[in-house]
Design a protein around this ligand. Structure first.
Ligand SMILES: Cc1cc2nc3c(=O)[nH]c(=O)nc-3n(C[C@H](O)[C@H](O)[C@H](O)COP(=O)(O)O)c2cc1C
Length: 344
């Protein structure tokens, strides 16, 4: 039997298959199943910066509307304590924020008690506010690492590429001040110079880069003349975009690489590792087949390694990265001039 164990974010994994962040990783029950079915690690559902703000606002709004006494309560806090108005407001805001965060912290600490694979917490952030506070709490709850899920659409005509990219660096800088556990960053691919930005991001001290989050894309319904959501889940042929970038960046970055999007079977797990990924994150396939498919994927990788006489993951990781192939142009080419010219 081949040895599938590997290191990711400095953590020891029994295999490179990570169940990525999604609604499926938001309950203890699912997280336990993920572990039982043999995954190498799990990334919990992201806690959203907006979600905390929204819950906090909702809490304050509902108190204002439903309880006439809210104003009284508020006044009592102000009058019974030494608080000024702003301080009392901060007190209630912090209370609401704490409540939302506590649910997430319980999931982390319960998961750590119940399972023995690494538990990676995830924060969806769009600004560099407050993350020092959340980071500390998340690591105190026992998370093994934190994945920062940052996906900014550069759609603002007033902002340059630099303006957008700056935010990623600011967030990392803030979180890094307080994190003692490894940090990884999950990104999309909307960068003007993806290779250079990925390189610079990897040099900030993050332990891993996850390529790529899959964007929600709108679609248009031409019968009802309205804008709809497109397919929420990836297909099994969507892995190639990630494959190219994993291959281009492997061996160049100062951090691990996790491949994400369109990885649905053992063949694509193997391809991503051959291209240079340290691990893969898989999500949509579990919405389609649930976690029962995990042992099959793991044994598929195992059999393939046996057939090819690879004893460990490092025997073939990056073997077909851009750096290691004889014709690197295959990864750089974006137009099929010769092929198209022969297609009638
Ligand atoms: C329903 C759903 C919810 C998701 N929620 C999150 C999330 O909270 N945080 C995150 O970083 N990614 C989230 N993702 C993105 C996935 O982690 C993953 O990057 C993406 O789906 C591509 O992988 P796949 O092709 O294996 O699905 C979500 C994806 C789906 C389908």
């Amino acid at each position: 039997m081949a040895d599938l164990s590997c290191k990711y974010l400095g953590l020891q994994l029994k295999n490179p298959i990570v169940v990525g962040s999604s609604g499926l990783t938001s309950s203890l029950e699912n997280v336990k199943q993920i572990s039982q079915m043999g995954a190498g690690a799990v990334v919990l559902k992201s806690i959203f910066e907006e979600q905390i703000r929204f819950e906090t606002d909702k809490f304050l709004q509902s108190d204002k509307k439903e309880m006439k006494s809210w104003q009284d309560t508020f006044q009592q806090i102000v009058s019974k304590t030494e608080f000024y108005y702003d301080e009392a407001y901060d007190y209630l805001t912090n209370y609401a924020r704490e409540h939302t965060l506590n649910q997430y912290l319980s999931l982390i600490s319960d998961a750590k008690k119940e399972i023995d694979i690494p538990v990676i917490a995830s924060i969806n952030c769009s600004t560099s506010n407050d993350w020092q506070y959340f980071t500390k709490r998340i690591q105190e709850a026992g998370a093994d690492a934190i994945e920062l899920n940052v996906y900014l659409l550069p759609s603002d005509f007033e902002k340059s590429g630099n303006d957008h990219e700056k935010v990623y660096f600011e967030i990392i800088e803030e979180v890094k001040k307080y994190a003692t556990i490894p940090i990884s960053l999950k990104i999309g691919y909307y960068f003007s110079s993806l290779s250079q930005t990925a390189l610079k991001l990897s040099e900030t001290g993050i332990a891993g880069l996850t390529l790529f989050n899959r964007p929600y894309n709108p679609d248009i319904d031409i019968e009802h003349l309205q804008v709809n959501a497109s397919n929420m889940f990836s297909n099994d042929n969507e892995y190639m975009h990630t494959l190219r970038w994993v291959a281009l960046l492997a061996g160049k970055l100062s951090c691990d690489i996790a491949a994400s999007t369109g990885i649905h079977n053992h063949e694509t797990v193997i391809k991503q590792i051959l291209a240079g990924a340290d691990v893969v994150h898989m999500v949509s396939v579990f919405y389609k087949h649930h976690f029962d498919i995990l042992p099959q994927i793991i044994s598929g990788v195992n059999s393939w390694m046996d057939q090819h006489n690879f004893r460990s993951i490092s025997d073939f990781k990056g073997m077909l990265s851009r750096k290691n192939v004889q014709n690197p142009a295959t990864y750089e080419r974006v137009q099929f001039l010769r092929i198209f010219s022969s297609v009638e």
